[in-house]
Design a protein around this ligand. Structure first.
Ligand SMILES: Cc1cc2nc3c(=O)[nH]c(=O)nc-3n(C[C@H](O)[C@H](O)[C@H](O)COP(=O)(O)OP(=O)(O)OC[C@H]3O[C@@H](n4cnc5c(N)ncnc54)[C@H](O)[C@@H]3O)c2cc1C
Length: 468
């Protein structure tokens, strides 16, 4: 018997339950909209399931394992430190499950209806949602699309058991003896570092002149120095050409300095960027405008050229980061309710969970100058901070970029322990139009890494206490 597909009427439909979609759904519900969220996969999207969270869990486990092997400087010697990687993976899975379960509770707590299935657009007010067995039509008043992105596949490196992407690298059941990482962006560098800490011999092949090119040279150098210390071989200007797969490993061919070279490994991890999930949604049926790269074009309120359809996260322009997706999700939800919320990317941070951690927000010295500002850049080293010394984490610096005429904070870069947390204060300073003096006058607890921000502000004012 064929059951008729009677359309179900919705108010706000959110497509994709990643950090963009689920946050948008909650905010839309808070605004009084009746919200339904649909995802074909697990709640939490890439970020919670196969991105930010599991990668940071593995990175943390790698740190613990490496630290457990002794800290001679502190007089700690250890013997027979071992790792049960299946337990590490089990723990990582628990962290993920706790968070995805939390997202489900939050959605339900905000009375958001959750539907499982794949969304396909029929027209500007209609979608079909398909699962293994059924197809159901829904009509909607407004829609927020947050379908995220997937790893790019290189033509000569088809994904398999041995040629893996970030998801494969996060879910290995064993610690490889050798791994080649193609691409020294933040994902490749983070996962390469994690496995190096677990004892894997890692080679990073980067096509450009350096890894982590979005960060300043001095910051990159600190990371490279640490990678070298861990035995990670970073080959720059290296073009990966092909892979030969064997039963128990791979041989990767690459070209560097005009010569073809080969390298054997258990796995090759390809992290050369991500592609927006906009090609299989039926968006052409709606006439949504897209760029050549498949990114959906939006205005300052995340609205597409179709009035009632909004797009957020990795499928729109800008850095593909979870906090950007969430930020845009809130704006789109508020715009639907008639608020004047608008995107302002001024204070958007970017972090690499490398060793040391790298973080940046707002302008760099160079970008501020390019934007026409007369700037003052003030640096303070971690090595001159008491807390950094007591943590034995003395590598790195904080650089504060201020406007010369009035000291307004324009940006900041941090390389050092806990840079990912410390960058928030600089972001807040930018967002609230604070000056170096405001930061310097804020009493920071002693001893803390936060004092580094205060001291950099004092450097900017020409009156540093703990550096000459
Ligand atoms: C290894 C790794 C580490 C990362 N680390 C960080 C980090 O430390 N910090 C950071 O900020 N970012 C990090 N990112 C990036 C971050 O994960 C993404 O920027 C973020 O997840 C994007 O959120 P989103 O909501 O746009 O999409 P996603 O998180 O990709 O979610 C999209 C959702 O849409 C669903 N979907 C897709 N198509 C359909 C359809 N047709 N119908 C129904 N549902 C659909 C998918 O199933 C998915 O659940 C990392 C990414 C990776 C891969």
């Amino acid at each position: 018997m064929v059951v008729g597909d009677f359309p179900i009427e919705l108010d706000t439909l959110v497509v994709g339950a990643g950090p963009g979609g689920y946050v948008a759904a909650i905010r839309a519900a808070q605004e009084g909209q009746n919200v339904t969220i649909v995802d074909k996969g697990n709640l939490g999207g890439v970020c919670l399931n196969v991105g930010c969270i599991p990668s940071k869990a593995l990175i943390q486990a790698g740190h613990r394992y490496e630290h457990a092997q002794g800290a001679d400087d502190m007089g700690i010697q250890t013997e027979n430190v071992s790792i049960d990687f299946s337990k590490t993976q089990e723990w990582k899975g628990q962290v993920v499950n706790k968070l995805t379960g939390g997202v489900e509770s939050l959605l339900k707590g905000n009375k958001v209806d959750i539907v499982k299935g794949e969304v396909y657009f029929v027209d500007k007010n209609t979608v079909k949602v398909m699962d293994d067995k059924n197809s159901q039509t829904y009509t909607f008043n407004n829609c927020i699309i947050g379908t995220g992105s997937r790893p790019i596949e290189l033509p000569n490196f088809k994904y398999s058991d041995r040629v893996i992407n970030s998801t494969g690298a996060l879910n290995l059941s064993e610690i490889p003896e050798k791994m080649v990482v193609i691409g020294g962006g933040y994902i490749g560098t983070e996962l390469g570092t994690a496995y190096a800490n677990f004892g894997t011999e890692v080679t990073i092949l980067e096509g450009q002149e350096d890894i982590l090119l979005g960060f300043e040279k001095q910051m990159r150098q600190l990371v490279k120095k640490k990678l070298k210390k861990k035995g990670v071989n970073v080959v720059t200007n290296a073009m990966a050409q092909g892979v030969e797969e064997k039963e128990d490993g791979v041989t990767v061919t690459y070209e560097a300095k005009g010569e073809s070279q080969t390298i054997d490994a258990d796995y090759v991890l390809v992290t050369v960027g991500r592609k927006p999930n906009t090609d299989e949604l039926g968006l052409e049926q709606v006439g949504i405008e897209m760029s050549d790269k498949g990114l959906i074009q939006i205005d300052k309120q995340c609205r597409t050229n179709i009035d009632n359809i909004y797009a957020i996260g990795d499928i729109v322009d800008g850095p593909p980061l979870a906090h950007k997706a969430s930020y845009e999700g809130k704006i789109a939800a508020e715009a639907i309710s008639g608020h004047a919320s608008e995107i302002d990317y001024l204070g958007i941070p970017a972090v690499v969970f490398s060793e040391p951690e790298l973080a940046t927000v707002g302008h760099t010295e160079e970008s501020a100058k390019e934007a026409g500002f007369e700037v003052k850049a003030a640096k303070f080293p971690f090595a001159a901070n008491g807390r950094a010394l007591s943590l034995n984490e003395t590598e790195g610096f904080l650089k504060l970029v201020t406007r010369k005429e009035d000291g307004v904070v324009l940006g900041g870069q941090i390389a050092g322990a806990n840079a990912s947390d410390m960058i928030a204060e600089v972001g807040l300073a930018i967002e609230s139009g604070m000056t170096a003096e405001d930061l310097a006058l804020t009493i920071h607890a002693h001893p803390s890494l936060g004092e580094i921000t205060m001291e950099a502000a004092e450097v900017a004012l020409g009156k540093p206490i703990h550096t000459v």
